[in-house]
Design a protein around this ligand. Structure first.
Ligand SMILES: C[S@@+](CC[C@H](N)C(=O)[O-])C[C@H]1O[C@@H](n2cnc3c(N)ncnc32)[C@H](O)[C@@H]1O
Length: 313
């Protein structure tokens, strides 16, 4: 399938949606169906989905970020087919089940929007100075600075190792704890300088920032909950489309889909199946879909994206 004609249309938006045409094409199988955009952001994917829906189609759009929510309330005012909800996608099954609603498709476009990365006040970026916050919703959970100032050295090291896959995790955690004995860490620049005192590599800084962000927002557990929840509220033939931006997320998505597709999860040494597992989903994209060279040249932030699609059986 070729989708390149759709790439050019998003350049002036606060966030350029990644694999936008591909997403809508794989997700929308019934034009009057009900769809969930679990990561509404600035509405790029939702707009593309709306373009494919008929008058009776519906979308529920979830996001945690108050700025994204108010932007979309403005952008889509008067759009009766869209309902905007400021809530985590890990709650989507509870919210839908409470209303006895089943979906024909669920989209999760993980990670950060460009506006979140570029806003120094959010503290996500290591290239600009700002408060070390990193919460998608600044009213929920603890900011990154509190985590770095209160967690034990071993806990910080584990976070950096597990969520950043950074081998200098113990050294960096030690420096963080040494620094905070004299002064609390409160800005992104302070954290960058601490990391630089261990390693001058930009990749190390990127890995540590990723790790702290994942911990602050409990991102991997939220993803696992959302995958289970999505499967339970999809109707038969409904599709799950997930776009991930790093290997930890993609691994979780790949394993979840493989497990949902399998008809046996018995340990390999058991000769006759005893689990009686049923197939729950079938894989639609055996290999992940990645952005074209044209899309990456227009939007370099798309370069690490991987899209996986599965269908409920
Ligand atoms: C890559 S952006 C989505 C961009 C969107 N697809 C668009 O076209 O504008 C990811 C979004 O997911 C949101 N997000 C992250 N974790 C979330 C969660 N647990 N529940 C709901 N939204 C979340 C972020 O606030 C961010 O707006």
């Amino acid at each position: 399938m070729r989708f390149t004609s759709e790439v050019a249309n998003y350049e002036n938006q606060p966030h350029q949606p990644v694999l936008c045409a591909e997403t809508a094409t794989y997700l929308v199988t019934i034009s009057d169906g009900l769809y969930i955009d679990g990561t509404l952001g600035f509405g790029g994917h939702t707009q593309q989905i709306l373009n494919r829906l008929g008058a009776d189609g519906k979308i529920f759009g979830f996001d945690l970020d108050p700025e994204a929510i108010s932007y979309c309330r403005q952008r889509f005012r008067g759009e009766s087919r869209l309902r905007i909800i400021q809530e985590s996608f890990r709650e989507l099954d509870q919210m839908m089940q409470a209303q006895n609603i089943f979906a024909n498709g669920v989209l999760l476009d993980l990670g950060l929007s460009s506006l979140q990365i570029d806003n120094p006040q959010k503290g996500f970026s290591f290239s600009c100075d700002g408060p070390l916050d990193m919460r998608f919703n600044p009213k929920r959970g603890i900011p990154a600075a509190d985590l770095l100032n209160t967690f034990r050295e071993s806990e910080i090291a584990d976070i950096i190792y597990q969520y950043g896959e950074e081998r200098r995790s113990r050294q960096i955690a030690k420096r963080i704890v040494k620094y905070r004995r004299n002064k609390k860490i409160s800005t992104t620049t302070e954290l960058v300088n601490i990391i630089h005192s261990v390693s001058g590599h930009i990749k190390t800084v990127a890995r540590v920032f990723q790790a702290i962000r994942i911990a602050v927002n409990d991102e991997l557990n939220a993803l696992k909950d959302a995958l289970i929840g999505s499967q339970s509220i999809l109707s038969s033939g409904g599709r799950l489309v997930v776009i991930s931006y790093h290997s930890l997320e993609d691994r979780i998505v790949k394993r979840f889909i493989q497990n949902a597709e399998s008809t046996c999860v018995c340990p390999p040494l058991i000769p006759i199946c005893q689990c009686n597992k049923q197939q729950e989903m079938k894989v639609i994209t055996r290999k992940p879909i990645t952005p074209s060279g044209e899309e990456i040249s227009k939007n370099p932030r798309a370069r690490s994206a991987k899209m996986r699609v599965a269908e409920k059986v």
